[in-house]
Design a protein around this ligand. Structure first.
Ligand SMILES: [Fe+2]
Length: 281
């Protein structure tokens, strides 16, 4: 093969590969949801909750940036797993105007509910434009409550001996995490819900021990193989995705999101997490 022809063929091959990668990242991976199964050992877990499941759904981002029929389809698949608890960790919409409230309500007709309880917290995008619109946060909260989701805004709820602490969002205007952690009960099994994992580094935890479920980062959405994600909206860049042992009795889990902010994903598949409850000895 002549050198010029070799260079031309290589160029064509690379261009083809680039096109395929682009198509994959735009049309396939953003809609290629996976269930991620994780064992969750908890201190003081009541015996009758051993083996029950806590399903985490995060960052569905209903709006106009991708076809949210995918979220409805994912909800239907999730419902088939009959979760015992379902927790939603914020960013229900990508807010532009009040159209997203009605779009969310349309999707919530298919809301995934837990047999024992369904709990939610807000994320920054649930606070509208620039994350400062309290009336948007109230409308989204009401939309979820109307379909039976217990919304925790710096509060806690105990269900069958499992204590859920739920913080409002770090970047929103109602961030009073100590109100939630004041309800930490070391005699109970505890799970904290906290949209933005950076909160783990703030002195607001009241000596909390247990699991913290977060979202927010979407795992960066694009992650070159063997390299860190390119864009992470957190100060602590260690908080990308997955399990993080915080080495002080807290275990953080960062969900990679079911939806996306822009319709692109590479090497960070969307997920719904299913935690299997176990007793920590
Ligand atoms: Fe998000």
């Amino acid at each position: 093969m002549k050198r010029r022809s070799f260079v031309k063929k290589t160029f064509q091959w690379l261009a083809g590969l680039g096109l395929l990668t682009g198509l994959y990242s735009w049309q396939i991976e953003p809609f290629w949801m996976q269930f991620v199964y994780i064992k969750m050992p908890l201190k003081n877990l009541p015996d009758d909750l051993i083996g029950k499941t806590v399903m985490q759904i995060s960052d569905v981002h209903i709006g106009n940036s991708f076809d949210y029929q995918y979220i409805i389809d994912s909800f239907k698949e999730a419902q088939e797993l009959n979760p015992d608890f379902v927790v939603y960790t914020g960013d229900y919409v990508t807010y532009e105007d009040d159209e997203q409230i009605s779009q969310l309500q349309e999707v919530l007709k298919f809301v995934v509910k837990g047999a024992l309880g369904t709990i939610g917290i807000l994320g920054n995008h649930d606070y509208g434009i620039d994350f400062v619109e309290d009336d948007v946060a109230r409308n989204i909260t009401k939309s979820l409550e109307d379909v039976g989701v217990t919304m925790l805004r710096n509060d806690a709820v105990e269900i069958n001996g499992l204590n859920f602490l739920g913080m409002d969002d770090f970047w929103g205007s109602n961030f009073y995490p100590k109100k939630a952690t004041a309800k930490y009960n070391p005699e109970k099994a505890n799970i904290a819900l906290c949209h933005n994992p950076d909160v783990c580094d703030l002195p607001v935890w009241n000596n909390f021990k247990g699991w913290i479920l977060s979202g927010h980062t979407h795992g960066g959405q694009v992650k070159p193989p063997f390299l860190p994600a390119l864009i992470l909206p957190v100060k602590n860049k260690n908080y990308d995705a997955g399990i993080k042992d915080l080495k002080d009795g807290r275990t953080l889990y960062i969900n990679s999101a079911l939806g996306c902010l822009r319709q692109v994903r590479f090497n960070v598949r969307p997920e719904i997490t299913v935690f299997l409850l176990a007793k920590e000895v």
